[in-house]
Design a protein around this ligand. Structure first.
Ligand code: AMP
Length: 396
């Protein structure tokens, strides 16, 4: 793999695609700087090696050109604090003024361009736009794993303007190394814990994991579709009726391949979808009408914990219940703690996908598992064996 550690950056401008798509509060302050932090090692390495840095990123989902609430100017303060140096913010990406600033950048300087998605050409993967962006740097670096599955101008197309000078950043390198540890050389037994709302959004990853792991734990909203498919009563729980047949096929495919699937046995049901709903515990296949399962139950937590403690390589994607509500976060918290214990006992634990990452961060346990991936969709696609455009563009 091409790595920036061996490159001479002396008086070179590194144009880096980073992922600064961070949450902002109503005062436009960064509420979680994890993604900015993750980009710092690459930036610092280049500055230490005598280079200068031009950063480009997207933020949020602007619909129609520039929108103040999605301006990257809101991240400048956090970025400056983390790098420990001033950052020049340019309020567009491809104007003459922007090129004037980056053309003669002296070493040690850091520039941040405005939100790439203020230009529709970014998502369209427009070649002309990519070519213009490419003029901001002598070396192109992709360090944005979160968007590596997108074939956008700044994540993939731009690479062709740097045939001899394109590299992965340290973060992207680390992401690939850690996911490969699960895919290519895992220590058995390997377990995937898949949760979250819907079977439909996780079905291809579950099918792929059946070829990769020894056991799969299924929790969260998607479990009820599996339970109903097997003839259980799930009351008003979240169910995708279009996926009942698919759920049965997954179960039989797993059996064929000797992969054990662990479904919840008990659940915490509520009389409505609210934190202060009336709640009680019951068997997952005997939920009465008027009740919906919002978390896994105590017996399930025990079982899942036993499976997790006996595993040597573990992937976790998706919460076990509606963890955003205080009263239904128990199952997700228990899985997070089980992963910490497994890590302490020597297992390799990889967490990826938006909500399990927020759960582990909220609990302050991110440092206590082996690796927390910054890519949700990108990680899932990589695990599914799809060649990500952002990775392919650097390697080819
Ligand atoms: P995903 O983005 O597919 O990983 O789904 C995450 C979402 O699933 C979170 O917002 C959870 O609140 C939700 N979720 C987890 N368990 C349940 C459940 N039993 N019923 C409804 N939603 C759930």
């Amino acid at each position: 793999m091409k790595t920036i550690s061996d490159i001479n950056f002396d008086n070179k401008r590194a144009l880096i695609r980073v992922d600064f798509n961070v949450p902002l509060n109503k005062d436009r302050e960064v509420t979680d700087n994890t993604r900015i932090k993750a980009a710092i090692p690459t930036i610092k390495l280049i500055l230490e090696k005598g280079g200068s840095v031009v950063l480009m990123s997207h933020l949020g989902r602007p619909k129609n050109g520039a929108e103040e609430k999605f301006s990257l100017k809101h991240v400048v303060k956090s970025l400056e604090l983390l790098i420990g140096t001033d950052v020049t913010f340019i309020d567009d990406c491809i104007s003459d003024k922007a090129f004037e600033i980056t053309k003669n950048l002296s070493s040690g300087k850091v520039v941040l361009l405005e939100n790439l998605r203020f230009y529709s050409e970014e998502k369209d993967g427009n070649l002309e736009f990519a070519k213009k962006l490419s003029q901001h740097g002598d070396i192109y670096i992709n360090d944005a794993f979160g968007t590596a599955h997108r074939e956008h101008a700044s994540t993939a197309i731009i690479a062709e303007f740097f045939p001899e000078n394109k590299y992965f950043g340290l973060l992207l390198e680390k992401e690939i190394k850690n996911i490969d540890a699960l895919l290519k050389s895992p220590q058995a037994p390997t377990t995937a814990i898949i949760g979250g709302a819907k079977v439909s959004s996780k079905i291809s990853i579950i099918e792929k994991l059946i070829d990769t792991v020894d056991q799969i734990i299924i929790g969260g909203g998607m479990a009820y579709t599996f339970v109903k498919a097997q003839g259980g009563q799930v009351g008003d729980s979240l169910v995708e009726d279009d996926y009942l047949q698919t759920a049965l096929e997954v179960l039989s495919l797993a059996k064929e391949k000797d992969v054990q699937i662990h479904l919840p046995i008990d659940t915490i049901v509520a009389d409505r979808f609210a934190n202060d709903a009336i709640a009680k515990s019951c068997e997952i296949s005997k939920i009465e009408e008027g009740w919906m399962g919002l978390d896994i139950g105590a017996e399930t937590i025990d079982r899942f914990n036993t499976v997790i403690q006996s595993s040597r390589t573990i992937l976790w994607n998706g919460p076990m219940g509606v963890f955003e509500m205080e009263n239904f976060k128990n199952g997700t918290v228990a899985v997070a703690n089980a992963l910490v214990n497994a890590t302490d006992a020597g297992a390799f634990t990889l967490i990826g996908g938006g909500d399990s990452v927020s759960a582990i961060n909220q609990l302050n346990l991110a440092e206590r598992v082996s690796y927390v991936s910054t890519g949700g969709g990108a990680m899932l696609e990589y695990l599914e064996g799809i060649e990500l455009p952002g990775i392919k563009a650097i390697l080819n």
